[in-house]
Design a binder for this molecule. Structure first.
Ligand code: ATR
Length: 273
């Protein structure tokens, strides 16, 4: 009997998740059905309840429902609790709705495993202080960076986020107009939504050396504006979020099935797409 998974989002038709999860399932000869389900803010709660009451085994949640999913859960993983957003839902043995967030794990696994980029003892600069940054901060901090700085256009939001993580780590903050980090950043992560409108969230080219790894959580068919800017200022490793997409899906698959799929073939396939 096949297992039933789904992705809730709006829009959702563009999603590659069914393709990724079918690839993972094939690695274990597992029969799965993975559907894309368009929802609305009004119906999301009922749609999720409906999915699980009609035999759903697990679902992913994407924009704009990750905070709604967080609010629905009976039980949250520590990462989801920190992120205040959920991208992976399932029922436990007591039929309680459990929520996890695999976005940050996806980023970290992509950096460590696919790009051989350590976080430990590195200076990390994260640009943006919205939901995406909240989702990745916990997993980044867990890998023992030398420092983490959150830079944001609206400075108060960076300060607010740093305060939320103060019990875990001393997160530095600054405005994107005056980047101020404890040391030259080794890794610069663009976690703003600026790429969606082809805008640059930061323009201080002095930040970049040929050793800096620049990572845009966004991805498109062409390099994003941030990646192009980084490359044009000497960055040798300018990455987009395709690997993170694959790795967050793999972590969700593992959450549901307890199986750990190989991601390398998909990473290669998407890199050359
Ligand atoms: P998400 O959930 O994708 O993180 P969000 O919570 O709306 O979305 O946050 C968007 C982030 O991108 C914010 O940090 C925002 O900066 P502000 O807090 O100042 O609004 C940042 N952002 C969006 N467009 C930007 C731009 N053109 N330049 C710089 N930062 C930008």
């Amino acid at each position: 009997m096949s297992q039933n998974f789904a992705l809730f989002g709006n829009p959702v038709s563009h999603s590659k998740s069914p393709y990724l999860h079918q690839n993972f399932a094939q690695q274990f000869d597992l029969a799965i059905d993975y559907r894309k389900l368009l929802s609305t803010p009004e119906n999301f709660k009922a749609d999720v309840r409906d999915f699980f009451s009609t035999g759903g085994d697990g679902c992913n949640v994407t924009v704009p429902f990750k905070e709604d999913a967080f609010a629905l859960c009976d039980i949250l993983s520590p990462m989801a609790a920190r992120a205040r957003a959920v991208n992976t839902l399932y029922l436990n043995a007591e039929k309680k709705l459990c929520g996890h967030n695999t976005d940050g794990i996806g980023l970290v696994n992509d950096l460590l495993n696919n790009h051989k980029t350590d976080i430990a003892n590195r200076h990390v600069l994260i640009i943006g202080a919205g939901g995406a940054t909240r989702g990745i901060l916990g997993p980044v901090i867990a890998h023992n960076p030398a420092s983490v700085t959150v830079a944001n256009r609206t400075y108060a939001k960076a300060q607010q986020l740093a305060a939320e993580f103060a019990d875990l780590f001393q997160v530095h903050t600054c405005s994107t107009s005056t980047i101020d980090t404890p040391d030259k950043p080794d890794i610069i992560i663009n976690a703003t939504s600026a790429s969606l409108s082809a805008e640059l969230p930061v323009t201080d080219a002095l930040l970049i050396t040929d050793c800096t790894v620049c990572y845009d959580l966004a991805y498109a068919n062409e390099p994003t504006a941030f990646m192009q800017w980084a490359s044009s200022h000497g960055c040798a490793k300018s990455l987009d979020g395709k690997g993170m997409l694959i790795e967050q899906a793999a972590a969700a698959f593992t959450t549901w099935t307890k199986l750990t799929p190989t991601t390398a073939p998909l990473i290669l396939e998407f890199a050359s797409a």
